[in-house]
Design a protein around this ligand. Structure first.
Ligand SMILES: *[C@@H]1O[C@H](CO)[C@@H](O)[C@H](O)[C@H]1NC(C)=O
Ligand SMILES: *[C@@H]1O[C@H](CO)[C@@H](O)[C@H](O)[C@H]1NC(C)=O
Ligand SMILES: *[C@@H]1O[C@H](CO)[C@@H](O)[C@H](O)[C@H]1NC(C)=O
Ligand SMILES: [Zn+2]
Length: 438
């Protein structure tokens, strides 16, 4: 690949015909320098293979193949940008795979769908020798020595836990090590950056009491708190509340492109204070605020974020399979090296890039595990969301009537409060009497 510098000196040489041999010499020199940049990139990425924060392959497997893994060869999948061959070509050593279910499933079957997405990622990562499911920073490091592609599982959107800490804990047991507090819908306890869904509108309560309990429980379990997709208020509140560093697993710079999925500088500075990480998203619409972009514009986001908070706060969260449009030259997961070649050209040091490629993520993951160890004497949280904060007619309530007043009178008063109908409290009364006589 000829750099712009090469083209300039080549055309200058063209005008100086008498020095034709110099043209040859300069082209050769450019060829060698382009070659050496490629070689430097190659050396760098084989020494520090990439950890990427966000990929939605599991969503595509559901959409294109109804999760029937037997229908595809994960080495080479058509109609997607991610497969084992291209992950290897792109020197991706670890991938956080999102288990994402659409916001439309909130308060319907979000928990089942999330379980099914966890199942498909676990199958992918255990049925193929090239992959390895990892659940700790140590396993992640070990997988690199074994030349495996490590899979991490992340839940994308708090609606997946249906406002239940026991559900969060069971996801952890299945290998989930990260959760984004929201996707494009508000949850009953946290606020999204998106206004797409008109649910759980709030004015001044971006992370509720229950939302704080979710963050605390994630700290206790050792799960990464992911703030991509949350509103800035929620991100700010979660940053303040979390005992461990937090991440934006796939967001870019708001100064460079003022999209509400990107992070403003003031929030980046708070993130840095907390030793957190922003993993830059490649989606063209978040890079250039338009449908087209290129590597140089992506590199501008990196330069800007480095200037604001330093290379030690930056990672990569490509968002392949989730986003639809990618910059020229970064069309699929085999293309990551092109970005690192550009950053080397912009005089990023190898140490800075080693941090961006993997060391920053490992540092944050290990710090999250350290906080978990410090909290190891804490009991699992028994905080429950107040019923009036969830508008879910599907919730079956198994508990005795409210202690306020007599149990008979408290039921109709809740029925008046709940416009959804008296059936739920009536069922509650019926079932609670069954349970408590059993
Ligand atoms: C992937 O499969 C297609 C046909 O389905 C083939 O043309 C292509 O060469 C394959 N690529 C690799 C890297 O195996
Ligand atoms: C927002 O809520 C906080 C406490 O939750 C309160 O201190 C603050 O005054 C409220 N601000 C507005 C504008 O209502
Ligand atoms: C990338 O895109 C920007 C904006 O369209 C343009 O100014 C710039 O020249 C492009 N850079 C390269 C290397 O193509
Ligand atoms: Zn996303």
């Amino acid at each position: 690949m000829l750099s712009r510098k090469c083209l300039m000196s080549t055309s200058r040489g063209f005008w100086i015909k008498s020095l034709g041999h110099l043209v040859v010499l300069s082209s050769l020199c450019c060829f060698i320098s382009g070659h050496s940049e490629r070689k430097r990139t190659d050396d760098l990425m084989s020494k520090y293979p990439l950890i990427d924060g966000h990929n939605d392959l599991a969503l595509q497997l559901r959409i294109l193949h109804s999760n029937r893994l037997s229908q595809v060869d994960l080495h080479n999948i058509s109609k997607v940008a991610t497969d084992i061959n291209r992950l290897k070509a792109g020197r991706v050593q670890a991938q956080m795979f999102a288990v994402y279910v659409l916001c439309g499933a909130q308060e319907k079957d979000a928990v089942r769908l999330t379980l099914e997405q966890i199942d498909v990622v676990r199958r992918m990562c255990t049925e193929y020798q090239d992959f390895e499911l990892v659940k700790s920073a140590k396993e992640l490091r070990d997988s690199e020595r074994r030349h495996k592609i490590a899979c991490l599982i992340s839940v994308e959107g708090g609606h997946s836990i249906d406002s239940s800490l026991p559900t969060l804990r069971m996801f952890y047991q299945l290998g989930v090590r990260s959760m984004a507090l929201t996707h494009t819908c508000n949850t009953p306890w946290a606020e999204s950056s998106s206004k797409l869904h008109n649910v759980y509108q709030r004015h001044n309560n971006s992370l509720t009491h229950f939302g704080k309990a979710v963050v605390e429980e994630m700290n206790r379990l050792g799960m990464l708190v992911d703030l991509s997709h949350t509103s800035w208020d929620t991100a700010s509140a979660a940053l303040k509340h979390s005992k461990a560093p937090v991440i934006f697993s796939h967001s870019s710079s708001f100064t460079m492109c003022n999209h509400d999925r990107n992070v403003p500088d003031w929030l980046l500075r708070d993130l840095k204070k907390k030793h957190g990480l922003i993993m830059v998203n490649f989606h063209s619409n978040f890079i250039s605020c338009s449908n087209v972009a290129n590597i140089s514009l992506v590199a501008d986001h990196f330069d800007h974020i480095k200037k604001e908070i330093g290379a030690e706060s930056i990672g990569i969260g490509g968002d392949y399979e989730g986003a639809v449009r990618f910059p020229q030259g970064l069309e699929d997961v085999s293309k990551y090296p092109a970005l690192f070649q550009e950053l080397l050209k912009r005089n990023w040091t190898e140490n800075e890039l080693a941090n961006v490629l993997r060391n920053n993520f490992l540092r944050v993951f290990e710090e999250v595990e350290r906080v978990r160890d410090q909290l190891s004497l804490n009991r699992p949280s028994e905080v429950q969301i107040p019923l009036e904060e969830v508008h879910n007619p599907c919730r079956l309530v198994l508990r005795p009537p409210s202690p306020r007043g007599s149990s008979i009178r408290s039921v109709p008063s809740r029925a008046q409060h709940e416009t959804k109908g008296a059936l739920v409290p009536a069922m509650a009364l019926l079932l609670s009497s069954l349970v408590f006589t059993a």
